[in-house]
Design a protein around this ligand. Structure first.
Ligand code: FAD
Length: 391
């Protein structure tokens, strides 16, 4: 067995892995914001929490050491993010960090030019800059390659026109990866990616949009109106955008739910503690099978999702195709988190429903997981396609 295999097995078998426990304890101490409920209500990002995460190296873990990264194994990074998701009750903060690290930074790291990486990666991994990844549009969500944002060749560069939708971190982003078509008649083969600083004239970010959950992660519409960028803003070849997007989606699908898994474990801990102490009919409610079985189901969902996620990570780390594992990981983790959070509301009765006890927020935060990174229907399509079914 190689040391990598041993590390993977350790992560799979030990849900109290020391790296995870240490991250959870650290988050419990440093990332518990007494103003969280207030910030959740006002949809406010926690800059001090971000600075603490950055100082701990949480944004640098999987990035290239030549550009400020610590070059950690993916599995070790995931254990850390899982622990952070468990210890930090601001799920939006962890979602912001994992989105930036796994989707934006990793894509820049893998496909950016030397110039683009030199300009942005060290600042992003140090938490000094925010990055966003802009693919979705109002009319092209699941059908991502039907996007209509255009990139028109102009002297020395490209003119971008269109509107990107639901872009995580865009209200505070310094730089965005933007996908546009250079030739709509070519379909997916016309799509090209660009690295665009947010202060480029013609790029406007709309106001932070209030949403159901993950309210402390800002997101917004991004409008490009006669936004001219030099040719060296292009990421990869003309027409390579769909391939870059597909490659970027694999780690997003496989691993973005890692913070939600940590949060689900926290939700289970809370439900168990409550069911052991809350008495009705003269006995703890945990002694009622309806309650204990609901919590048992939460645990099975969590464990299944955890095994799938680390399996996808192991395959990814080995360079083995992991599309099927990543789609199953995304599907199972997002649905386990949502079902588990709903059960927790049920177990806590009215206390689960009112804002004061902060149980309902976990449910709202979990709901988005079945949408971003590819909705559940799309994951099922991938799984069916990988099984050889016509989709
Ligand atoms: C919190 C959050 C953060 C996000 N962050 C980003 C971001 O940073 N960057 C970005 O580019 N986008 C982002 N998105 C957008 C996200 O990627 C899209 O919302 C997602 O791809 C779904 O697209 P849609 O909302 O248009 O839904 P639709 O595509 O309209 O889907 C609606 C429903 O139809 C189902 N459906 C659609 N097509 C099929 C099909 N072929 N087979 C089966 N079922 C189908 C879906 O499963 C879903 O249930 C974010 C979304 C959320 C909620």
């Amino acid at each position: 067995m190689t040391s990598t295999d041993a590390a993977i097995l350790g992560a799979l078998l030990d849900e109290h892995h020391p790296r995870k426990v240490e991250a959870s304890e650290w988050a419990h101490e440093h990332l518990r914001d007494p103003r969280l409920a207030e910030r959740d209500a006002s949809c406010s990002f926690w800059h001090d929490g971000w600075a603490a995460l950055a100082e701990r190296g949480a944004l640098a873990m999987i990035a290239d050491p030549d550009h400020g990264g610590s070059g950690l194994d993916l599995v070790d990074a995931l254990l850390t993010w899982e622990g952070l998701g468990h210890g930090c009750t601001d799920d939006g903060l962890i979602f912001a960090a994992t989105s930036q690290a796994l989707t934006m930074q990793l894509t820049l790291d893998r496909f950016g030019s030397d110039l683009q990486k030199k300009e942005w990666l060290a600042k992003l991994t140090a938490g000094e800059a925010f990055g966003a990844f802009a693919m979705s549009e109002l009319e092209s969500g699941s059908d991502a390659f039907s996007l209509t944002t255009t990139a028109t060749p102009v002297a020395d560069g490209w003119r971008l026109d269109g509107t990107k939708a639901w872009v995580t971190l865009s209200p505070i982003a310094d730089v965005l990866i933007i996908f546009a078509t250079t030739d709509p008649s070519l379909g997916r083969w016309g799509i090209t990616a660009f690295v665009v600083p947010s202060d480029t004239p013609g790029l406007t970010v709309g106001p932070n949009m209030p949403k159901m959950g993950m309210r402390t992660t800002p997101f917004a519409m991004v409008t490009l109106d006669n936004c001219v960028v030099p040719d060296d803003a292009r990421m990869g070849a003309v027409g390579a955008g769909a391939s870059i997007f597909s490659a970027a989606m694999e780690p997003e699908r496989g691993f973005l739910l890692i913070g939600n898994l940590g949060a689900l474990e926290r939700v289970i801990d809370t439900a168990v503690a409550y069911a052991r102490t809350r008495e009705q009919f003269g006995t703890p409610i945990g002694s009622f099978q309806a309650v204990s079985h609901a919590i048992a189901d939460m645990k099975v969902g969590h464990e299944t999702a955890r095994l799938l996620l680390y399996k996808a990570a192991a395959l990814h780390q080995r360079g083995t195709p992991s599309m099927l594992a990543a789609a199953m990981s995304k599907l199972v983790a997002s649905e386990a988190a949502l079902r588990g959070a709903l059960s927790a509301v049920d177990v806590h009765g009215a206390r689960g429903y009112v804002t004061e006890y902060e149980i309902e927020r976990d449910l709202r935060n979990a709901a988005g997981g079945v949408i971003y990174g590819g909705a559940s229907g799309i994951q099922k399509n991938i799984i069916a396609r990988m099984l050889g079914l016509p989709t």
